[in-house]
Ligand binder design. Structure first.
Ligand code: PLP
Length: 293
């Protein structure tokens, strides 16, 4: 199984140059950074394994990509959630629909959330959002693609900033850890705030030198909630770049890096497009219902 070596494209946004790493083009079925995270499971053989188990939100990008992985591997896929929204159950769309089409068993089960669930011996368990050591394998490949490109262009490492919005922070952390430290990785906490993100970094890596830089946001946003300024920035960036971005993480990612850029115009910014476009189906419905009147 091969993932594409994804292109880096130069775009002009608000009269500034931005390079976009198109990890959304990585694979037809896997989305962006989830393909990077789960590459380890694709590239290795697992004897006596028949099942893949994970948990999280019934609309998550991770769930959909894991369903694609299980399908390719011929594994049963069990995904535990605490709740499936009724409207999604009645009319499956987006990641939920895609996962069902890949044969996922999406199960509402309290015992999982209460930690009383026992993982069977013939199963591989992936923590929510792929926040695990195995993710480093695929993310290190992303790091080498970036490093090769920076070297080919003969750029000074100190001038280059890599930007990507964080959920669990797994992608940003392993990226910084696998790049020369002079190439700074910038991120923003989309889930649970800066303290949560910092803790995630420490859980995966004790040495703070390898932690990405967390950029501040002008106000506090709640993950998954709709904000008019998010919808507007999303449409604006899509228009200016001709690229379709993701609606949960990218609006805050772009808002933050545009602000950073106004104060650091001499820096060369590479923004990582981390895929997740299947989730836009449901986000876009919610946004246009609320704001397109
Ligand atoms: C999962 C995901 C993220 C967050 O990745 P982490 O490694 O958990 O920080 C960001 N953007 C998109 C599009 C995603 O699907």
């Amino acid at each position: 199984m091969q993932l594409n070596n994804t292109p880096i494209q130069l775009k002009t946004i608000n009269n500034q140059a931005f390079y976009i790493k198109r990890d959304d083009l990585i694979h037809d079925e896997f989305s962006g950074n989830k393909a990077r995270k789960f590459l380890y499971f694709l590239d290795n053989e697992f004897e006596n394994i028949t099942k893949l188990i994970s948990y999280g939100s019934a609309q998550s990008n991770a769930m959909y990509s894991l369903s694609a992985l299980a399908k390719l591997k011929g594994w049963i896929f069990e995904f535990y959630v605490d709740h499936i929204p009724t409207h999604i159950k009645q009319n499956p769309r987006g990641n939920y629909k895609g996962a069902l089409e890949n044969g996922a068993n999406i199960i509402e089960d309290e015992s999982f959330i209460n930690n009383t669930f026992v993982i069977p011996h013939d199963a591989i368990f992936v923590p929510e959002g792929g926040r695990c050591e195995q993710s480093e394998y695929g993310i290190s490949k992303l790091a080498s693609e970036l490093e090769d490109w920076i070297n080919e262009k003969e750029l000074n490492y100190e001038d280059v900033k890599i930007m990507l919005p964080s959920g669990t922070g797994t992608t940003a952390l392993f990226l910084q850890k696998n790049l020369p430290l002079d190439i700074e990785v910038l991120t923003v906490a989309c889930v649970g705030g800066d303290e949560y993100l910092k803790k995630q970094f420490f859980d995966l890596e004790k040495d703070e030198n390898f932690h990405p830089t967390i950029l501040q946001t002008p106000k506090k946003y709640h993950f998954g909630k709709l904000y008019k300024e998010f919808y507007e920035i999303w449409k604006d960036i899509n228009d200016q770049s001709g690229i379709n971005f993701e609606l949960l993480y990218d609006p805050l990612g772009w808002q933050t890096i545009l602000e950073y850029n106004t104060k650091n115009k001499d820096k060369i910014i590479i923004y990582i497009h981390q895929g997740g476009l299947k989730g836009n189906e449901t986000m876009l419905e919610r946004y246009s219902r609320k704001y397109d009147k």
